[in-house]
Design a protein around this ligand. Structure first.
Ligand code: SF4
Ligand code: SF4
Length: 622
Protein backbone atom coordinates (compact mmCIF):
# COMPACT_ATOMS: atom_id res chain seq x y z
CA UNK A 1 0.00 0.00 0.00
CA UNK A 2 1.21 3.50 -0.68
CA UNK A 3 2.27 5.31 2.48
CA UNK A 4 -0.82 6.15 4.60
CA UNK A 5 -1.64 9.79 5.25
CA UNK A 6 -1.47 11.22 8.77
CA UNK A 7 -5.26 11.10 8.98
CA UNK A 8 -5.26 7.45 7.98
CA UNK A 9 -2.60 6.66 10.59
CA UNK A 10 -4.60 8.49 13.26
CA UNK A 11 -7.81 6.61 12.37
CA UNK A 12 -5.88 3.34 12.31
CA UNK A 13 -4.37 3.98 15.77
CA UNK A 14 -7.73 4.94 17.31
CA UNK A 15 -9.31 1.78 15.96
CA UNK A 16 -6.35 -0.30 17.14
CA UNK A 17 -6.52 1.17 20.65
CA UNK A 18 -10.28 0.59 20.88
CA UNK A 19 -9.91 -2.97 19.64
CA UNK A 20 -7.01 -3.77 21.99
CA UNK A 21 -8.92 -2.27 24.93
CA UNK A 22 -12.00 -4.34 24.04
CA UNK A 23 -9.82 -7.43 23.93
CA UNK A 24 -7.98 -6.83 27.19
CA UNK A 25 -11.07 -5.62 29.07
CA UNK A 26 -12.42 -9.16 29.00
CA UNK A 27 -9.26 -11.22 28.49
CA UNK A 28 -7.53 -9.52 31.42
CA UNK A 29 -10.48 -10.39 33.64
CA UNK A 30 -10.30 -14.04 32.57
CA UNK A 31 -6.55 -14.14 33.26
CA UNK A 32 -7.07 -12.57 36.70
CA UNK A 33 -9.82 -15.08 37.52
CA UNK A 34 -7.58 -17.99 36.57
CA UNK A 35 -4.66 -16.60 38.56
CA UNK A 36 -6.85 -16.00 41.62
CA UNK A 37 -7.90 -19.67 41.77
CA UNK A 38 -5.91 -21.94 44.05
CA UNK A 39 -2.76 -23.66 42.76
CA UNK A 40 -3.14 -27.30 41.76
CA UNK A 41 -1.73 -29.64 44.39
CA UNK A 42 0.87 -32.04 43.02
CA UNK A 43 1.06 -30.32 39.62
CA UNK A 44 4.31 -30.79 37.76
CA UNK A 45 5.38 -29.91 34.23
CA UNK A 46 7.32 -33.13 34.05
CA UNK A 47 7.52 -35.18 31.92
CA UNK A 48 7.92 -32.16 29.67
CA UNK A 49 8.67 -34.18 26.53
CA UNK A 50 5.18 -35.73 26.65
CA UNK A 51 3.65 -32.26 26.95
CA UNK A 52 5.64 -31.06 23.94
CA UNK A 53 4.65 -34.13 21.91
CA UNK A 54 0.97 -33.69 22.77
CA UNK A 55 1.17 -29.99 21.94
CA UNK A 56 2.68 -30.67 18.53
CA UNK A 57 0.18 -33.42 17.79
CA UNK A 58 -3.03 -31.94 19.20
CA UNK A 59 -2.43 -28.21 18.69
CA UNK A 60 -0.12 -27.84 15.72
CA UNK A 61 -1.34 -30.87 13.75
CA UNK A 62 -4.90 -30.78 15.16
CA UNK A 63 -4.78 -34.59 15.35
CA UNK A 64 -7.64 -35.01 17.80
CA UNK A 65 -9.91 -32.54 16.05
CA UNK A 66 -9.47 -34.34 12.74
CA UNK A 67 -9.43 -37.94 13.97
CA UNK A 68 -12.68 -37.83 15.88
CA UNK A 69 -14.74 -35.77 13.38
CA UNK A 70 -12.85 -35.99 10.08
CA UNK A 71 -14.80 -33.62 7.83
CA UNK A 72 -15.59 -30.74 10.21
CA UNK A 73 -12.25 -31.52 11.86
CA UNK A 74 -10.24 -30.85 8.71
CA UNK A 75 -12.26 -27.67 8.09
CA UNK A 76 -11.50 -26.50 11.61
CA UNK A 77 -7.84 -27.45 11.19
CA UNK A 78 -7.59 -25.32 8.05
CA UNK A 79 -9.01 -22.34 9.94
CA UNK A 80 -6.36 -22.88 12.63
CA UNK A 81 -3.52 -23.34 10.16
CA UNK A 82 -4.76 -20.31 8.26
CA UNK A 83 -4.59 -18.24 11.45
CA UNK A 84 -0.99 -19.40 11.95
CA UNK A 85 -0.08 -18.57 8.34
CA UNK A 86 -1.72 -15.16 8.72
CA UNK A 87 0.24 -14.24 11.86
CA UNK A 88 3.03 -12.64 9.81
CA UNK A 89 0.59 -11.11 7.33
CA UNK A 90 -1.37 -9.53 10.20
CA UNK A 91 1.75 -8.17 11.91
CA UNK A 92 2.77 -6.65 8.60
CA UNK A 93 -0.76 -5.26 8.24
CA UNK A 94 -0.44 -3.45 11.61
CA UNK A 95 3.01 -2.16 10.62
CA UNK A 96 1.63 -0.95 7.29
CA UNK A 97 -1.14 0.91 9.12
CA UNK A 98 1.44 3.09 10.88
CA UNK A 99 3.57 3.48 7.78
CA UNK A 100 6.33 0.94 8.45
CA UNK A 101 5.65 -2.24 6.48
CA UNK A 102 8.42 -4.81 6.83
CA UNK A 103 7.29 -7.34 4.26
CA UNK A 104 7.40 -6.08 0.69
CA UNK A 105 5.28 -7.92 -1.87
CA UNK A 106 7.93 -7.30 -4.48
CA UNK A 107 10.68 -9.15 -2.57
CA UNK A 108 11.09 -12.84 -3.35
CA UNK A 109 10.17 -13.79 0.24
CA UNK A 110 7.16 -11.48 0.18
CA UNK A 111 5.97 -12.96 -3.10
CA UNK A 112 6.24 -16.50 -1.81
CA UNK A 113 4.73 -15.70 1.56
CA UNK A 114 1.81 -13.61 0.34
CA UNK A 115 0.84 -16.21 -2.23
CA UNK A 116 1.16 -19.01 0.31
CA UNK A 117 -1.10 -17.00 2.61
CA UNK A 118 -3.48 -16.58 -0.34
CA UNK A 119 -3.69 -20.36 -0.72
CA UNK A 120 -4.53 -20.61 2.98
CA UNK A 121 -7.06 -17.80 2.61
CA UNK A 122 -8.95 -19.83 0.00
CA UNK A 123 -8.89 -22.94 2.24
CA UNK A 124 -10.03 -20.95 5.29
CA UNK A 125 -12.84 -19.22 3.36
CA UNK A 126 -14.14 -22.55 2.05
CA UNK A 127 -13.74 -24.22 5.46
CA UNK A 128 -15.50 -21.48 7.41
CA UNK A 129 -18.33 -21.44 4.90
CA UNK A 130 -18.66 -25.21 5.35
CA UNK A 131 -18.66 -24.90 9.13
CA UNK A 132 -21.27 -22.14 8.88
CA UNK A 133 -23.54 -24.35 6.77
CA UNK A 134 -23.07 -27.22 9.23
CA UNK A 135 -23.86 -25.09 12.27
CA UNK A 136 -26.84 -23.19 10.85
CA UNK A 137 -28.40 -25.59 8.35
CA UNK A 138 -27.30 -29.13 9.27
CA UNK A 139 -27.42 -28.23 12.99
CA UNK A 140 -26.07 -31.35 14.77
CA UNK A 141 -27.92 -31.84 18.03
CA UNK A 142 -24.65 -31.81 20.03
CA UNK A 143 -24.05 -28.15 19.27
CA UNK A 144 -27.10 -27.29 21.35
CA UNK A 145 -30.63 -26.25 20.53
CA UNK A 146 -30.01 -22.51 20.38
CA UNK A 147 -28.77 -20.89 17.21
CA UNK A 148 -25.55 -19.08 18.13
CA UNK A 149 -25.64 -15.79 16.25
CA UNK A 150 -22.26 -14.83 17.66
CA UNK A 151 -20.80 -17.91 15.94
CA UNK A 152 -22.43 -16.82 12.70
CA UNK A 153 -21.04 -13.31 13.04
CA UNK A 154 -17.53 -14.60 13.84
CA UNK A 155 -17.70 -16.89 10.79
CA UNK A 156 -18.76 -13.89 8.69
CA UNK A 157 -15.78 -11.87 10.01
CA UNK A 158 -13.30 -14.65 9.27
CA UNK A 159 -14.77 -15.05 5.79
CA UNK A 160 -14.51 -11.25 5.29
CA UNK A 161 -10.88 -11.27 6.46
CA UNK A 162 -9.99 -13.90 3.90
CA UNK A 163 -11.94 -12.37 1.01
CA UNK A 164 -10.57 -8.85 1.64
CA UNK A 165 -7.05 -10.23 1.77
CA UNK A 166 -7.55 -11.97 -1.58
CA UNK A 167 -9.18 -8.97 -3.24
CA UNK A 168 -6.40 -6.72 -1.93
CA UNK A 169 -3.87 -9.06 -3.51
CA UNK A 170 -5.84 -9.14 -6.74
CA UNK A 171 -6.27 -5.36 -7.10
CA UNK A 172 -2.75 -4.42 -6.03
CA UNK A 173 -1.77 -2.18 -3.15
CA UNK A 174 -2.03 1.25 -4.69
CA UNK A 175 -5.34 0.95 -6.56
CA UNK A 176 -8.64 2.16 -5.16
CA UNK A 177 -9.87 -1.44 -4.96
CA UNK A 178 -6.72 -2.38 -3.06
CA UNK A 179 -7.16 0.45 -0.53
CA UNK A 180 -10.85 -0.35 0.02
CA UNK A 181 -9.95 -4.01 0.58
CA UNK A 182 -7.19 -2.97 3.00
CA UNK A 183 -9.56 -0.87 5.09
CA UNK A 184 -12.31 -3.49 5.09
CA UNK A 185 -9.72 -6.02 6.22
CA UNK A 186 -8.65 -3.62 8.97
CA UNK A 187 -12.19 -3.05 10.24
CA UNK A 188 -12.96 -6.81 10.23
CA UNK A 189 -9.74 -7.44 12.15
CA UNK A 190 -10.48 -4.79 14.77
CA UNK A 191 -14.02 -6.03 15.28
CA UNK A 192 -12.84 -9.66 15.45
CA UNK A 193 -10.13 -9.07 18.05
CA UNK A 194 -12.31 -7.93 21.00
CA UNK A 195 -14.94 -10.54 20.16
CA UNK A 196 -12.45 -13.36 20.85
CA UNK A 197 -12.47 -13.15 24.65
CA UNK A 198 -16.14 -12.21 24.81
CA UNK A 199 -17.24 -15.39 23.05
CA UNK A 200 -16.40 -19.07 23.03
CA UNK A 201 -13.66 -18.12 20.56
CA UNK A 202 -11.64 -17.42 23.67
CA UNK A 203 -10.38 -20.94 23.03
CA UNK A 204 -8.24 -19.47 20.23
CA UNK A 205 -6.11 -17.80 22.88
CA UNK A 206 -6.43 -20.32 25.72
CA UNK A 207 -6.62 -23.82 24.29
CA UNK A 208 -2.94 -24.15 23.28
CA UNK A 209 -2.04 -23.32 26.88
CA UNK A 210 -4.73 -25.66 28.20
CA UNK A 211 -3.48 -28.59 26.14
CA UNK A 212 0.09 -27.96 27.26
CA UNK A 213 -0.76 -27.55 30.96
CA UNK A 214 -3.43 -30.23 31.43
CA UNK A 215 -2.87 -32.68 34.28
CA UNK A 216 -0.68 -35.64 33.46
CA UNK A 217 -2.50 -38.94 32.97
CA UNK A 218 -5.91 -39.80 31.58
CA UNK A 219 -8.92 -39.15 33.83
CA UNK A 220 -6.60 -38.86 36.79
CA UNK A 221 -8.18 -37.87 40.07
CA UNK A 222 -5.96 -35.13 41.51
CA UNK A 223 -4.68 -35.42 45.09
CA UNK A 224 -6.32 -33.46 47.90
CA UNK A 225 -4.12 -30.89 49.61
CA UNK A 226 -4.33 -31.49 53.34
CA UNK A 227 -7.11 -32.13 55.84
CA UNK A 228 -9.12 -29.05 54.88
CA UNK A 229 -9.41 -30.03 51.22
CA UNK A 230 -12.63 -31.98 50.59
CA UNK A 231 -12.75 -31.67 46.81
CA UNK A 232 -14.82 -29.21 44.77
CA UNK A 233 -17.27 -27.99 47.39
CA UNK A 234 -17.25 -24.19 46.94
CA UNK A 235 -15.53 -21.65 44.72
CA UNK A 236 -12.44 -21.62 46.92
CA UNK A 237 -11.75 -25.21 45.82
CA UNK A 238 -11.56 -24.45 42.10
CA UNK A 239 -7.97 -24.78 40.95
CA UNK A 240 -6.15 -22.80 38.28
CA UNK A 241 -6.19 -25.71 35.87
CA UNK A 242 -9.94 -26.16 36.41
CA UNK A 243 -10.46 -22.45 35.73
CA UNK A 244 -8.22 -22.44 32.67
CA UNK A 245 -10.01 -25.48 31.28
CA UNK A 246 -13.56 -24.20 31.74
CA UNK A 247 -12.71 -20.88 30.05
CA UNK A 248 -11.24 -22.86 27.11
CA UNK A 249 -14.43 -24.77 26.28
CA UNK A 250 -15.41 -24.20 22.65
CA UNK A 251 -18.90 -25.65 23.25
CA UNK A 252 -18.47 -28.15 20.41
CA UNK A 253 -20.48 -30.82 22.26
CA UNK A 254 -18.14 -33.69 21.44
CA UNK A 255 -18.14 -34.68 25.10
CA UNK A 256 -21.93 -34.79 25.16
CA UNK A 257 -22.17 -36.66 21.88
CA UNK A 258 -20.21 -39.57 23.36
CA UNK A 259 -21.53 -39.50 26.93
CA UNK A 260 -23.41 -42.73 27.75
CA UNK A 261 -25.42 -41.02 30.47
CA UNK A 262 -26.56 -38.21 28.21
CA UNK A 263 -27.20 -40.63 25.34
CA UNK A 264 -29.62 -42.59 27.50
CA UNK A 265 -31.70 -39.69 28.72
CA UNK A 266 -29.99 -38.81 32.00
CA UNK A 267 -29.68 -35.24 33.26
CA UNK A 268 -25.89 -35.37 32.98
CA UNK A 269 -24.36 -33.38 30.15
CA UNK A 270 -20.58 -33.08 30.49
CA UNK A 271 -20.51 -29.90 28.44
CA UNK A 272 -22.97 -28.32 30.87
CA UNK A 273 -20.78 -29.37 33.82
CA UNK A 274 -17.91 -27.41 32.25
CA UNK A 275 -20.12 -24.47 31.33
CA UNK A 276 -21.71 -24.60 34.80
CA UNK A 277 -18.31 -24.16 36.44
CA UNK A 278 -17.57 -21.35 34.00
CA UNK A 279 -20.89 -19.72 34.83
CA UNK A 280 -20.07 -19.98 38.54
CA UNK A 281 -16.67 -18.36 38.02
CA UNK A 282 -18.19 -15.57 35.95
CA UNK A 283 -20.81 -14.87 38.60
CA UNK A 284 -18.85 -15.35 41.81
CA UNK A 285 -15.19 -15.76 40.87
CA UNK A 286 -12.87 -18.17 42.69
CA UNK A 287 -12.60 -17.97 46.47
CA UNK A 288 -16.36 -17.68 46.95
CA UNK A 289 -18.10 -19.73 49.64
CA UNK A 290 -21.24 -20.41 47.60
CA UNK A 291 -21.64 -24.16 46.92
CA UNK A 292 -20.75 -25.33 43.45
CA UNK A 293 -23.62 -27.80 43.29
CA UNK A 294 -26.74 -25.71 42.93
CA UNK A 295 -28.09 -23.43 40.23
CA UNK A 296 -25.00 -23.80 38.02
CA UNK A 297 -24.43 -27.58 38.31
CA UNK A 298 -26.94 -30.19 39.37
CA UNK A 299 -25.98 -32.73 42.02
CA UNK A 300 -28.08 -35.36 40.25
CA UNK A 301 -26.00 -34.89 37.09
CA UNK A 302 -22.68 -35.18 38.91
CA UNK A 303 -23.74 -38.52 40.40
CA UNK A 304 -24.95 -40.01 37.10
CA UNK A 305 -21.45 -40.22 35.61
CA UNK A 306 -20.04 -43.69 34.94
CA UNK A 307 -16.48 -42.24 34.75
CA UNK A 308 -16.18 -43.87 31.31
CA UNK A 309 -13.79 -41.13 30.16
CA UNK A 310 -15.39 -40.63 26.72
CA UNK A 311 -15.83 -36.92 27.33
CA UNK A 312 -12.22 -36.36 28.31
CA UNK A 313 -10.98 -38.53 25.46
CA UNK A 314 -13.00 -36.59 22.91
CA UNK A 315 -12.40 -33.04 24.07
CA UNK A 316 -10.27 -31.23 21.47
CA UNK A 317 -9.06 -28.49 23.80
CA UNK A 318 -7.63 -30.59 26.63
CA UNK A 319 -10.49 -30.29 29.14
CA UNK A 320 -10.41 -32.99 31.80
CA UNK A 321 -13.96 -33.66 32.94
CA UNK A 322 -13.26 -36.45 35.41
CA UNK A 323 -11.26 -34.37 37.91
CA UNK A 324 -14.19 -31.93 37.85
CA UNK A 325 -16.98 -34.49 38.15
CA UNK A 326 -15.24 -36.64 40.76
CA UNK A 327 -14.12 -33.41 42.45
CA UNK A 328 -17.76 -32.27 42.74
CA UNK A 329 -18.72 -35.67 44.14
CA UNK A 330 -15.89 -35.41 46.64
CA UNK A 331 -17.09 -31.98 47.67
CA UNK A 332 -20.58 -33.40 48.33
CA UNK A 333 -19.60 -36.76 49.90
CA UNK A 334 -16.56 -35.75 51.95
CA UNK A 335 -18.59 -32.96 53.56
CA UNK A 336 -21.56 -35.26 54.24
CA UNK A 337 -23.93 -33.34 51.95
CA UNK A 338 -24.75 -36.20 49.58
CA UNK A 339 -27.62 -38.31 50.80
CA UNK A 340 -28.27 -41.55 48.94
CA UNK A 341 -29.36 -44.80 50.55
CA UNK A 342 -27.53 -46.97 47.99
CA UNK A 343 -24.36 -44.93 48.31
CA UNK A 344 -24.52 -45.14 52.10
CA UNK A 345 -25.00 -48.91 51.91
CA UNK A 346 -22.01 -49.27 49.60
CA UNK A 347 -19.76 -47.25 51.91
CA UNK A 348 -20.94 -49.28 54.93
CA UNK A 349 -20.26 -52.54 53.07
CA UNK A 350 -16.74 -51.36 52.32
CA UNK A 351 -16.12 -50.26 55.90
CA UNK A 352 -17.61 -53.33 57.58
CA UNK A 353 -16.93 -56.17 55.15
CA UNK A 354 -14.12 -54.74 53.04
CA UNK A 355 -15.95 -55.51 49.79
CA UNK A 356 -18.50 -53.68 47.68
CA UNK A 357 -20.95 -56.58 47.52
CA UNK A 358 -21.42 -56.82 51.28
CA UNK A 359 -20.40 -60.48 51.74
CA UNK A 360 -18.49 -61.65 54.80
CA UNK A 361 -14.78 -62.23 54.07
CA UNK A 362 -15.21 -65.93 54.90
CA UNK A 363 -17.07 -66.39 51.57
CA UNK A 364 -13.86 -65.54 49.75
CA UNK A 365 -11.95 -68.04 51.85
CA UNK A 366 -14.47 -70.78 51.09
CA UNK A 367 -14.27 -70.08 47.35
CA UNK A 368 -10.46 -70.32 47.39
CA UNK A 369 -10.41 -73.53 49.39
CA UNK A 370 -13.18 -75.24 47.44
CA UNK A 371 -11.39 -74.57 44.15
CA UNK A 372 -7.90 -75.33 45.46
CA UNK A 373 -6.47 -71.98 44.42
CA UNK A 374 -2.89 -71.76 45.70
CA UNK A 375 -1.92 -69.01 48.15
CA UNK A 376 0.76 -66.58 47.12
CA UNK A 377 3.97 -67.37 49.00
CA UNK A 378 6.54 -65.34 47.06
CA UNK A 379 7.75 -68.22 44.91
CA UNK A 380 5.12 -67.87 42.16
CA UNK A 381 5.49 -65.58 39.16
CA UNK A 382 2.22 -63.76 39.71
CA UNK A 383 -0.06 -62.75 42.52
CA UNK A 384 -3.57 -63.22 41.15
CA UNK A 385 -5.66 -60.33 42.48
CA UNK A 386 -9.29 -61.51 42.79
CA UNK A 387 -11.09 -58.22 43.41
CA UNK A 388 -14.64 -58.04 44.76
CA UNK A 389 -16.18 -59.49 41.61
CA UNK A 390 -13.66 -62.33 41.30
CA UNK A 391 -13.98 -63.27 44.97
CA UNK A 392 -17.75 -62.96 45.56
CA UNK A 393 -19.73 -62.65 42.32
CA UNK A 394 -20.69 -66.01 40.71
CA UNK A 395 -19.82 -64.89 37.16
CA UNK A 396 -16.63 -63.18 38.36
CA UNK A 397 -15.60 -66.40 40.08
CA UNK A 398 -16.10 -68.32 36.84
CA UNK A 399 -13.72 -65.90 35.11
CA UNK A 400 -11.11 -66.33 37.85
CA UNK A 401 -11.34 -70.12 37.61
CA UNK A 402 -11.01 -69.96 33.83
CA UNK A 403 -7.92 -67.79 34.20
CA UNK A 404 -6.45 -70.21 36.76
CA UNK A 405 -6.90 -73.09 34.32
CA UNK A 406 -5.35 -71.18 31.44
CA UNK A 407 -2.39 -70.05 33.54
CA UNK A 408 -1.73 -73.63 34.64
CA UNK A 409 -2.00 -74.81 31.03
CA UNK A 410 0.49 -72.16 29.91
CA UNK A 411 2.87 -73.09 32.73
CA UNK A 412 2.56 -69.77 34.56
CA UNK A 413 2.66 -70.02 38.34
CA UNK A 414 0.39 -67.88 40.49
CA UNK A 415 -1.05 -67.56 43.94
CA UNK A 416 -3.85 -65.58 45.60
CA UNK A 417 -3.64 -63.49 48.76
CA UNK A 418 -5.01 -64.85 52.03
CA UNK A 419 -7.00 -61.66 52.47
CA UNK A 420 -7.96 -58.84 50.20
CA UNK A 421 -10.25 -55.86 50.44
CA UNK A 422 -11.87 -53.84 47.69
CA UNK A 423 -9.32 -51.62 45.97
CA UNK A 424 -11.51 -48.62 46.88
CA UNK A 425 -12.43 -47.88 43.25
CA UNK A 426 -16.18 -47.28 43.70
CA UNK A 427 -15.69 -45.25 46.90
CA UNK A 428 -12.97 -43.09 45.36
CA UNK A 429 -14.95 -42.40 42.21
CA UNK A 430 -18.08 -41.65 44.17
CA UNK A 431 -16.07 -39.12 46.16
CA UNK A 432 -15.57 -40.89 49.50
CA UNK A 433 -11.83 -40.44 50.02
CA UNK A 434 -11.85 -41.66 53.61
CA UNK A 435 -13.27 -45.09 52.83
CA UNK A 436 -11.15 -45.39 49.66
CA UNK A 437 -8.01 -44.65 51.64
CA UNK A 438 -8.91 -47.06 54.46
CA UNK A 439 -9.33 -50.09 52.20
CA UNK A 440 -6.39 -49.13 49.99
CA UNK A 441 -4.00 -48.82 52.93
CA UNK A 442 -5.13 -52.16 54.40
CA UNK A 443 -4.43 -53.80 51.03
CA UNK A 444 -1.09 -52.10 50.61
CA UNK A 445 0.00 -53.43 53.99
CA UNK A 446 -1.08 -56.96 53.00
CA UNK A 447 0.72 -56.80 49.66
CA UNK A 448 3.88 -55.38 51.15
CA UNK A 449 4.06 -57.95 53.92
CA UNK A 450 3.49 -60.73 51.33
CA UNK A 451 6.36 -59.20 49.30
CA UNK A 452 4.25 -59.26 46.15
CA UNK A 453 6.07 -58.64 42.89
CA UNK A 454 4.03 -58.94 39.69
CA UNK A 455 0.23 -58.97 39.86
CA UNK A 456 -2.49 -59.88 37.38
CA UNK A 457 -6.22 -59.20 37.61
CA UNK A 458 -9.39 -59.94 35.64
CA UNK A 459 -10.75 -56.49 36.49
CA UNK A 460 -9.62 -53.32 34.65
CA UNK A 461 -10.96 -51.21 37.55
CA UNK A 462 -8.70 -53.02 40.01
CA UNK A 463 -5.75 -52.66 37.61
CA UNK A 464 -6.31 -48.94 37.31
CA UNK A 465 -6.84 -48.34 41.02
CA UNK A 466 -3.92 -50.45 42.20
CA UNK A 467 -1.53 -49.39 39.45
CA UNK A 468 -2.35 -45.68 39.33
CA UNK A 469 -4.57 -44.41 42.15
CA UNK A 470 -2.64 -46.09 44.94
CA UNK A 471 0.48 -44.14 44.00
CA UNK A 472 -1.17 -41.33 45.92
CA UNK A 473 -0.77 -43.47 49.05
CA UNK A 474 2.89 -44.14 48.25
CA UNK A 475 2.44 -47.62 46.72
CA UNK A 476 3.79 -48.65 43.32
CA UNK A 477 2.73 -52.14 42.35
CA UNK A 478 3.28 -53.79 39.01
CA UNK A 479 -0.13 -55.01 37.90
CA UNK A 480 -1.57 -55.90 34.52
CA UNK A 481 -4.83 -57.10 33.09
CA UNK A 482 -5.12 -60.76 32.14
CA UNK A 483 -5.53 -59.82 28.46
CA UNK A 484 -2.03 -58.34 28.47
CA UNK A 485 -0.49 -61.41 30.08
CA UNK A 486 -2.38 -63.83 27.81
CA UNK A 487 -1.51 -61.88 24.67
CA UNK A 488 2.18 -62.30 25.51
CA UNK A 489 1.82 -66.07 25.80
CA UNK A 490 -0.71 -66.56 22.99
CA UNK A 491 1.53 -69.08 21.23
CA UNK A 492 0.97 -71.35 24.24
CA UNK A 493 -2.82 -71.04 24.13
CA UNK A 494 -4.94 -73.76 22.52
CA UNK A 495 -6.03 -72.97 18.93
CA UNK A 496 -9.56 -73.57 17.65
CA UNK A 497 -10.36 -77.26 17.59
CA UNK A 498 -13.55 -76.88 15.50
CA UNK A 499 -15.08 -74.14 13.38
CA UNK A 500 -14.16 -70.64 14.56
CA UNK A 501 -17.06 -68.86 16.23
CA UNK A 502 -17.68 -65.15 15.76
CA UNK A 503 -17.11 -63.05 18.89
CA UNK A 504 -18.07 -59.39 19.13
CA UNK A 505 -15.56 -57.84 21.49
CA UNK A 506 -16.62 -55.01 23.79
CA UNK A 507 -13.81 -52.66 24.90
CA UNK A 508 -14.19 -51.94 28.63
CA UNK A 509 -13.66 -48.23 29.36
CA UNK A 510 -11.01 -48.88 32.03
CA UNK A 511 -9.01 -51.18 29.76
CA UNK A 512 -9.34 -49.22 26.51
CA UNK A 513 -9.50 -45.49 27.07
CA UNK A 514 -7.91 -45.63 30.54
CA UNK A 515 -5.11 -48.08 29.77
CA UNK A 516 -4.84 -47.92 25.99
CA UNK A 517 -5.14 -51.72 25.74
CA UNK A 518 -7.05 -52.55 22.56
CA UNK A 519 -5.03 -55.06 20.57
CA UNK A 520 -4.17 -57.53 23.31
CA UNK A 521 -7.72 -58.74 24.09
CA UNK A 522 -8.42 -58.99 20.37
CA UNK A 523 -5.29 -61.09 19.96
CA UNK A 524 -6.50 -63.41 22.73
CA UNK A 525 -9.97 -63.74 21.20
CA UNK A 526 -8.37 -64.28 17.78
CA UNK A 527 -6.50 -67.37 18.98
CA UNK A 528 -9.60 -69.54 18.64
CA UNK A 529 -12.36 -67.26 17.33
CA UNK A 530 -13.05 -64.58 14.73
CA UNK A 531 -13.31 -61.07 16.14
CA UNK A 532 -16.29 -58.97 15.08
CA UNK A 533 -16.37 -55.21 15.77
CA UNK A 534 -19.50 -53.39 16.95
CA UNK A 535 -20.33 -49.94 15.55
CA UNK A 536 -18.79 -48.11 18.49
CA UNK A 537 -15.47 -49.74 19.17
CA UNK A 538 -11.98 -49.18 20.58
CA UNK A 539 -11.60 -45.55 21.74
CA UNK A 540 -15.25 -44.89 20.94
CA UNK A 541 -16.56 -47.90 22.84
CA UNK A 542 -19.86 -47.28 24.62
CA UNK A 543 -19.84 -47.86 28.37
CA UNK A 544 -21.64 -50.79 30.04
CA UNK A 545 -22.97 -48.43 32.71
CA UNK A 546 -21.28 -49.92 35.78
CA UNK A 547 -18.30 -47.64 36.41
CA UNK A 548 -17.95 -44.74 38.80
CA UNK A 549 -19.94 -46.62 41.43
CA UNK A 550 -23.11 -46.71 39.24
CA UNK A 551 -23.27 -50.50 39.60
CA UNK A 552 -24.10 -50.05 43.28
CA UNK A 553 -26.50 -47.11 43.02
CA UNK A 554 -30.25 -47.35 42.48
CA UNK A 555 -32.40 -47.56 39.37
CA UNK A 556 -31.25 -45.56 36.36
CA UNK A 557 -33.34 -42.78 34.91
CA UNK A 558 -34.12 -42.86 31.20
CA UNK A 559 -32.95 -45.84 29.12
CA UNK A 560 -30.50 -48.28 30.66
CA UNK A 561 -26.92 -47.88 29.46
CA UNK A 562 -26.28 -51.63 29.51
CA UNK A 563 -29.36 -52.37 27.40
CA UNK A 564 -28.32 -49.72 24.86
CA UNK A 565 -24.90 -51.28 24.54
CA UNK A 566 -26.12 -54.87 24.42
CA UNK A 567 -28.50 -54.02 21.57
CA UNK A 568 -25.50 -52.78 19.58
CA UNK A 569 -23.51 -55.92 20.36
CA UNK A 570 -26.38 -58.26 19.53
CA UNK A 571 -27.03 -56.39 16.26
CA UNK A 572 -23.65 -57.55 14.93
CA UNK A 573 -25.07 -61.09 14.73
CA UNK A 574 -21.98 -62.53 16.47
CA UNK A 575 -22.42 -65.88 18.19
CA UNK A 576 -20.75 -64.68 21.38
CA UNK A 577 -20.28 -61.39 23.21
CA UNK A 578 -16.69 -61.23 24.45
CA UNK A 579 -15.97 -59.17 27.57
CA UNK A 580 -12.81 -58.39 29.50
CA UNK A 581 -14.24 -56.93 32.70
CA UNK A 582 -16.42 -58.63 35.31
CA UNK A 583 -18.50 -55.47 35.72
CA UNK A 584 -19.28 -55.40 31.99
CA UNK A 585 -20.20 -59.06 32.09
CA UNK A 586 -22.66 -58.59 34.95
CA UNK A 587 -24.25 -55.57 33.30
CA UNK A 588 -24.59 -57.38 29.99
CA UNK A 589 -26.02 -60.49 31.61
CA UNK A 590 -28.81 -58.37 33.07
CA UNK A 591 -29.40 -56.59 29.78
CA UNK A 592 -29.31 -59.69 27.57
CA UNK A 593 -32.37 -61.12 29.26
CA UNK A 594 -34.36 -57.95 28.57
CA UNK A 595 -33.11 -57.57 24.99
CA UNK A 596 -33.71 -61.15 23.91
CA UNK A 597 -37.11 -61.29 25.63
CA UNK A 598 -38.15 -58.18 23.72
CA UNK A 599 -36.89 -59.52 20.38
CA UNK A 600 -38.00 -63.12 21.13
CA UNK A 601 -34.67 -64.45 19.88
CA UNK A 602 -32.09 -66.65 21.57
CA UNK A 603 -29.38 -64.45 23.08
CA UNK A 604 -25.74 -64.88 22.05
CA UNK A 605 -23.37 -66.45 24.54
CA UNK A 606 -21.65 -64.09 26.96
CA UNK A 607 -18.08 -64.95 27.94
CA UNK A 608 -14.95 -63.25 29.19
CA UNK A 609 -12.01 -63.55 26.79
CA UNK A 610 -10.28 -65.98 29.13
CA UNK A 611 -13.39 -68.15 29.24
CA UNK A 612 -13.18 -68.32 25.44
CA UNK A 613 -9.61 -69.56 25.75
CA UNK A 614 -10.43 -71.98 28.57
CA UNK A 615 -13.22 -73.50 26.45
CA UNK A 616 -10.55 -74.75 24.04
CA UNK A 617 -8.38 -76.47 26.65
CA UNK A 618 -7.99 -80.21 26.06
CA UNK A 619 -9.99 -82.29 28.49
CA UNK A 620 -6.94 -84.12 29.85
CA UNK A 621 -5.38 -80.84 30.97
CA UNK A 622 -8.47 -79.73 32.89
S1 SF4 B 1 -17.08 -39.87 32.05
FE1 SF4 B 1 -18.54 -40.84 30.64
S2 SF4 B 1 -20.50 -40.84 31.78
FE2 SF4 B 1 -19.14 -39.37 32.80
S3 SF4 B 1 -19.64 -37.39 31.88
FE3 SF4 B 1 -17.89 -38.23 30.76
S4 SF4 B 1 -18.80 -39.29 29.02
FE4 SF4 B 1 -20.46 -38.96 30.51
S1 SF4 C 1 -15.75 -29.69 27.13
FE1 SF4 C 1 -14.47 -30.05 25.33
S2 SF4 C 1 -15.66 -31.53 24.11
FE2 SF4 C 1 -17.07 -30.65 25.60
S3 SF4 C 1 -18.04 -28.94 24.56
FE3 SF4 C 1 -16.28 -28.09 25.67
S4 SF4 C 1 -14.62 -28.14 24.17
FE4 SF4 C 1 -16.21 -29.48 23.35
Amino acid sequence: MTAPSLVEIAVFLVLLAASAYGFWFRFGRVVRTIRAAKPDPGFSLRPIDKRIRDFISEVLFQSKVIRQRPLPGIAHAFVFWGFCAFALVTLNHFATGVGFPFLARESWFGRVYFYLAAAFAVCVAVSIAGLFIRRFFVRPVWLGGNVSWESGFIAFLIFTLMVTYLTGLWYGESTLGGRVSWWLHTVALFVFLPLIPHTKHLHLALSPVTVFLRRAGFSRIPPLSGDEDFGLDTGKDITRIDALQVFSCVECGRCTEHCPANNTGKVLNPKEIVLGLRGYLKEFGPGNQAPLLGPHISEEAAFQCTTCGSCEFQCPVGIQHLPMIVGLRRGAVNTGKWEDEHGTKLFLNLERNGNALGFPGSERQKFIEKNLLPFYDGTQEYCLWLGCMGAYDPQGREIVLALARVLRYAGITFGVLRKEKCTGDPARRLGNDLVAQQVAEANIETLQSAKVGKMVSICPHCVRTIGTDWREYGATFQIEHHSELLARVQSKLPPASGPRETVVYHDPCYLGRYRDVYDEPRAVVGVASTVVEPGRTRERSFCCGAGGGQMFLGEEKGDRVNVTRVKELVATGAQTIGTACPFCQTMFRDALGAVSAASQTAPPKLLDIVQLVAAGLPAERE
